[in-house]
Ligand binder design. Structure first.
Ligand SMILES: Cc1ncc(COP(=O)(O)O)c(C=O)c1O
Length: 469
């Protein structure tokens, strides 16, 4: 007869018979009890476990009923000799086994719903072209490209990005300073890893981007909210060491203004004086509707104080998860080390595809086309807000980007967001971008991901929600 290790926990909320049942079942499924093996009598097992016989009897009956065990008259209880193979296979993934089970649904990140912030026009993405490039690169993938890659990214992509940034964003860099990351979130995690030690202070815009907050907090840094005004982030006034400041100069997240040249110079001066790093997040600088895109702060810095962060999430699609850093030459090795610690390197296939997409001019064409698309979607949203919500909201700034921020009077923004979500509309509460005790009250309304008609409809629902208060 077999002895096998089975224990019960009297403190557990699971009843004893359930614990015995699960214990034996698992021992069978993972092979500790083999088909045909005899298991202890109910009395012996009850003694061994120090429990009464009843729960053990119940467990055995269930296992006999489910055909894990079989009783042989006069000789005891055995693990069934003909266990169906299916029982012995590794458990199927719960997602495929119970597709649609409410507890196992994918988390809701707003999907494609109107007002979803940071969503590009995926309905206008050049799928056929992209698919052709992906398939060509997949077919041609050489063994060397299937092995571990450079933590900084594949060279053709770094070269193409450096060229693009020099020409279109006025960034002062060569390909050696470009490091590919999993989105700008990955880039911000690298910045935190390299630049910030536990309890170091980092100045962040208030209101500001929650993703950046999360990355710096994860590194144990102390967040120092700094007010933004019409010119962008104000100059941090705190005494003592501030290691870095995070900013979105070309399009402040979430309010949308561009940082003025005077403020940029003042901030660069502050960084040099205070020996602080500036982390410039240029997340959707490509889209401006009233003037040409503004050059990056990085290009104004002669003292190598700026770490530049960019992403393809807005200009191509978020699920690509490719972003990049441009770091001063003296920091390249430290950032490469941080990439290794983070996840070694970014998947190679899409980097190669993207390099070709950039090099062959598809990217520039796509951007040009998308500017027109977003301008028209933005106009539809602004018209809808003007018609239906005029007295209810105040639009902050709509010159750039893929969303507008509006201020609310009266109703709390988190309540409005909850009500909108009942109507399958997805907005962000401005207060969720604040960490000070008196958060601003407003909404971020994305317009990038939906056609004009849907945005116009959505503004009528917003008006209804706000009127019902
Ligand atoms: C300010 C800011 N930075 C970066 C991102 C993009 O993040 P990622 O590149 O990780 O998709 C967003 C997206 O919402 C953003 O709002």
């Amino acid at each position: 007869m077999t002895t096998f290790l089975l224990t019960v926990d009297r403190e557990s909320p699971a009843p004893l018979h359930r614990q015995v049942y699960e214990g034996i079942r698992h021992a069978i499924l993972d092979g500790r009890l083999r088909a045909g093996q005899r298991i202890p009598s109910t009395r012996a097992l009850a003694d061994q476990l120090g429990v009464s016989r009843l729960p053990v009897l119940n467990a055995y009956q269930q296992l006999l009923h489910e055909q894990y065990l079989e009783g042989r008259v006069g000789s005891g209880t055995y693990v069934r000799t003909s266990l169906p193979d299916e029982l012995l296979r590794a458990p199927r993934s719960p997602v495929t086994a119970h597709h649609g089970h409410p507890a196992l649904r994918e988390r809701d990140y707003g999907g494609l719903r109107p007002f979803r912030v940071s969503l590009p026009a995926l309905d206008r993405f050049p799928h056929a072209l992209w698919a052709r490039l992906v398939s060509r690169h997949a077919r041609r993938l050489r063994p060397a490209r299937m092995a571990y890659g450079d933590p900084a990214g594949v060279l053709p992509l770094r070269v193409a990005i450096a060229e693009y940034l020099r020409a279109a964003r006025g960034v002062n860099c060569d390909a050696g300073q470009v490091i590919i990351t999993p989105g700008s979130q990955g880039a911000l995690r690298c910045c935190a890893e390299v630049l910030l030690a536990r309890n170091d202070r980092v100045a962040i815009e208030e209101p500001g981007y929650p993703g950046a907050r999360a990355a710096f907090r994860a590194a144990g840094a102390t967040l120092m909210p700094v007010r933004v005004d019409d010119e962008g982030i104000t100059i941090p006034r705190a005494r003592g060491r501030v290691r870095a400041a995070y900013l979105t100069p070309s399009h402040q997240y979430p309010l949308g203004m561009a940082m003025t040249p005077a403020r940029r110079l003042a901030l660069l001066h502050w960084a040099v004086q205070r020996d602080a790093w500036l982390i410039e997040d240029d997340y959707d600088s490509e889209y401006r509707y009233v003037s040409r895109p503004l050059s990056a702060l990085q290009g104004m810095s002669t003292a190598g104080r700026v770490i530049y962060v960019g992403t393809f999430s807005k200009v191509l699609f978020p699920a690509l998860r490719i972003g990049y850093l441009v770091v001063p030459p003296s920091l390249v090795d430290d950032f490469v080390e941080a990439r290794v610690a983070q996840d070694l390197f970014t998947p190679t296939l899409h980097q190669l595809v993207l390099a070709e997409f950039l090099r062959d001019g598809h990217f520039a064409r796509h951007l040009r086309r998308m500017r027109g698309v977003y301008q028209s979607r933005r106009d539809a949203l602004l018209n809808g807000l003007g018609h239906h919500c005029d007295s209810l909201v105040r639009v902050q700034n709509a010159d750039a980007g893929l969303h507008v921020a509006v201020e609310l009077h009266g109703m709390r923004d988190t309540d409005v967001v909850a009500r909108l979500s009942e109507h399958r509309l997805s907005a962000i509460a401005l207060s969720s971008c604040c960490i000070s005790p008196h958060p601003r009250n407003g909404l971020l309304l994305g317009f990038g991901g939906n056609p004009e008609r849907r945005l116009a409809e959505a503004t009528t629902v917003l008006a209804e929600v706000l009127r019902q208060g």
